[in-house]
Design a protein around this ligand. Sequence first.
Ligand SMILES: [Ca+2]
Ligand SMILES: [Ca+2]
Ligand SMILES: [Ca+2]
Length: 338
Amino acid sequence: MKYAMRFLLVASCLLVSTFLFANDPNREFSIVNNPNGVWSYGFTPTLGGSFSLSDTARANYVWPSGYQQGQDSWTSSGQLDCDNGMGGTIGRAPASSAGSAVIPWDTLSQAPGCHGEYSVLRWTAPLSGTYQFNGSFEGMFLACGGSTTDVHLRWNSANPLFDAEIYGFVDNRQAFFDVQQQVAAGDTIDFAVGWGINGSYYCDTTALQLRIDLLPAINIKPSDPDNKIRTKTPGKIPVAILSSAAFNAPAMVVKSSLTFGRIGDEQSLVYKPDKFDSRLQDPVCGIRDVNGDGLKDLVCQFDGQLAGFLLTDTYGVLRGKTVTGTTVQGTDSVLVVK
Ligand SMILES: [Ca+2]
Ligand SMILES: [Ca+2]
Ligand SMILES: [Ca+2]
């Protein structure tokens, strides 16, 4: 019994630790937990001001003049006196509507507070490293002449990474961002939405689409500085994911998650039969220090045919996940020849 309990405990810990936070705030949205893994749902009184967690979860909430279907969202008790019940929210828009005036569906959305608060989705870095933050803010309203908001990325509250204004239906309805930032574990990146240039929170719901990737250094063909790839005889292409003081590649990377090629999503990882059970297949990967910095790196083999390089390609992309679910992406140059 004691052992069974211990097993259960270990098994449940494993479940928790492998619960995947792929750094997609839409897919991972929760109205049960706040904070929720790497995500916190909240607000600040001013841009970069002190952050408070939203304290009120509303499941399937139907706005008085909003979605025709309900929305799962967080708000704060300080917003409940506002007249239309949609101030200061972070939620997940329903997948469709029976005719309300909001687009796009099925994304995370943010609305600033009715007393001037910024709606803030906060991401807390699970690991030190350089990350890429790629996505957009998009006004969701067709009423009111469109959403009118100011949108921002802030590193550790104070440091601006991106600022834009959302308004109208054409040029300024969507603001795209693509920024890289080196962070320490525990640092925060805030995605903040405020009232915008019209000084009102009405019709301000703004959709956030976001992808976050950790960017470890990689080395395509560690023994070849030119990274030459022959399209006629592609063979196998070794790719090393380099470790750093903060990132132990062999321990952190889920080998079977790796994809590599001209785009990065090619299922080109090479497998071989397992040593102990030939019915199982193992990724062909080794552990060695390829750059002589004293830190062991992870080197995996990829099928050159499946990697799909074309003569015009100048770089290759590796994608994968860590054991904690963080998505990783690395790029290195290639020289593609016939
Ligand atoms: Ca506004
Ligand atoms: Ca190389
Ligand atoms: Ca190394």
